[in-house]
Design a protein around this ligand. Structure first.
Ligand code: ADP
Length: 178
């Protein structure tokens, strides 16, 4: 389906964040130590191997809402942007911290002159954010920030299940087409 925000293409797909070969930067739902974990961080670190740990070690720890960029060893992408989302009900205020993750990731990609970026649903796994709430934060941040981007022309959300994709489609459509 073709959604747009300020002329930027917004795609919502079901899939695996480590299998997005046509995207410049993939985003990691990282932990503060920027190490292997469960979920997205597990999949990315497993695919990238120890070369990624060598790059992330000196950058850690990061705080909620922050993002850092590395190369993407053994992955088809140019970069990985590691975002630490808020833990639901713990890192408060959760919505602005989560919005900060998306905003900083977009800024890092844009400053690096990248054309495309793919996100997972940050904070909706181990960190406990309700999927709908997180999708609202993500889509509102896209709407608010996409007008300032110079090089990013394409954003993709990669949802692990088709239910999550359909939920994102509904929420993004209502926010971006409002
Ligand atoms: P967080 O700790 O920020 O909550 P998780 O990695 O636990 O991050 O989960 C974030 C979301 O990513 C969840 O909705 C989960 O289902 C989904 N997910 C898990 N593995 C993958 C993957 N390989 N690709 C895309 N999404 C994934």
């Amino acid at each position: 389906m073709g959604l747009q925000a300020n002329g930027i293409e917004v795609e919502l797909v079901q899939g695996d964040i480590t299998d997005q070969p046509d995207i410049d930067a993939i985003v990691n739902a990282a932990n503060a130590e920027l190490r292997m974990g469960g979920g997205v961080a597990g999949a990315i670190h497993r695919a990238a191997g120890s070369e990624l740990d060598d790059e992330t070690r000196p950058l850690a720890p990061i705080s909620p809402g922050k993002a850092v960029m590395t190369s993407a060893p053994n992955l088809p992408n140019r970069h990985i942007i590691h975002c630490l989302g808020p833990v639901f009900g713990v890192d408060e205020p959760g919505s602005p911290i989560l919005a900060g993750c998306y905003q900083r990731a977009l800024e890092l990609a844009d400053d690096a002159g990248l054309e495309s970026i793919a996100f997972p649903a940050i904070s909706t796994g181990a960190f406990g954010f309700p999927m709908e709430h997180a999708a609202e934060v993500a889509s509102r941040t896209v709407l608010a920030r996409s007008g300032n981007l110079q090089s990013v022309r394409r954003m993709r959300w990669v949802l692990f299940s088709d239910d999550d994709r359909m939920l994102h489609e509904r929420v993004f459509e209502s926010v971006l087409n409002a």
